[in-house]
Design a protein around this ligand. Structure first.
Ligand code: G3H
Ligand code: 13P
Ligand code: ZN
Length: 308
């Protein structure tokens, strides 16, 4: 199956009250781990590439990895998506380079500037039949180019105006999630009333949840046991993500959990086998750890198993 855009995936997800997982990719082992999980689970999947991933691996390398993955698992429906595109130019380069979906992240701009930048990307992308995700509201935490100390939750009325004026195809909303491994100081809380209000005002419209890693404590413990320092890390409980998926959230973003799974496995291997220095020795179980984590998520959080 060739690369596809998200439209059919999201229509099916919206109707079936499940979500499609969007997993960040940075190298071959991560692409393989995710794709093997999607293949076993017979699930659609979104492979997303951040500006940082593009810089690290190079866009051409990532696209070749995705191409290889598609030929190995032709039955898996795959979207390649730019995550947190910082500028019109980067979105255009990705569109021209074969991405089937881009995100333009104007969440750090004023409302009017966000509208204008998003519309500029939409106008270009739609001439090439490429999907555009935008963001309204701010997630607390650090991203490559956006730093916000405080959450600014998405206003439901403004969301309607934003979608109407920009023509964006999906919208990332801020309801209390944040990027990274330290999402909540006390109990986890998401503003589901707000999510419901946004979803009610935009019936049938696909919403996106960023910062949706669950930070599994087994990986945190393994990292810490083998010399890591990720104490106090906390993510979004899985039942909250399932609830969001049933409320119009069609795309759920996961990066931190991949990093944790990979790093925990490598730390453990290094500690238990200090004599090894062949990268294949430690990257094989690390890739398997990514695959198992993603398979668990597809099955138990996204609900997209068997939807390929
Ligand atoms: O939203 C941010 C993603 O986790 C990507 O992170 O910019 O470090 O690649 P990155
Ligand atoms: P996490 O840091 O929770 O994995 O969020 C990833 C994300 O939103 C990528 O855009
Ligand atoms: Zn994000």
């Amino acid at each position: 199956m060739p690369l596809m855009g998200p439209r059919e995936m999201f229509e099916a997800a919206y109707a079936g009250r499940y979500a499609v997982g969007a997993f960040n990719v940075n190298n071959m082992e991560i692409v393989q781990g995710i794709m093997r999980a999607a293949s076993v689970e017979k699930s659609p999947v979104i492979l997303q590439v951040s500006a940082g991933a593009r810089k690290y691996a190079g866009q051409a390398y990532i696209m070749k990895l995705v191409e290889a993955a598609l030929s190995e698992d032709p039955a898996v429906p795959v979207v390649v998506h730019l995550d947190h595109g910082p500028s019109f130019e980067m979105c255009r380069d990705c569109i021209d380079g074969g991405f089937t979906s881009v995100m333009i992240d104007g969440s750090h701009l004023s409302y009017e500037e966000n509208v204008a930048l998003t519309k500029e990307v939409v106008d270009y992308a739609h001439t090439k039949k490429v999907w555009v995700e935008a963001e309204l509201g701010k997630l607390a935490g650090v991203e490559e180019h956006v730093h916000s100390v405080e959450h600014v939750y998405t206003d439901p009325e403004q969301a309607v105006d934003f979608v109407r004026r920009t023509g964006c195809d999906s919208l990332a909303v801020a309801i209390g999630t944040s990027h990274g491994a330290y999402k909540f100081k006390g109990d986890a809380r998401l503003d589901f009333e707000r999510l419901e209000a946004i979803s009610d005002k935009l019936p049938g419209y696909p919403l996106v949840l960023h910062g949706a890693s669950s930070v599994p404590q087994e990986f945190v413990s393994l990292c810490n046991k083998y010399g890591g320092q990720v104490g106090g890390a906390k993510g979004v409980p899985e039942d909250m993500l399932r609830k969001a998926a049933a409320m119009g959230v069609c795309k759920i973003n996961v990066d931190t959990d991949i990093r944790l799974a990979l790093t925990a496995s490598i730390r453990q291997f290094m500690a238990e086998h200090p004599e090894h220095f062949d990268p294949r020795a430690y990257l094989t179980p690390a890739r398997e750890a990514v695959k198992n984590m993603v398979a668990h998520k597809i099955r138990n959080v996204m609900g997209s198993s068997g939807k390929a």
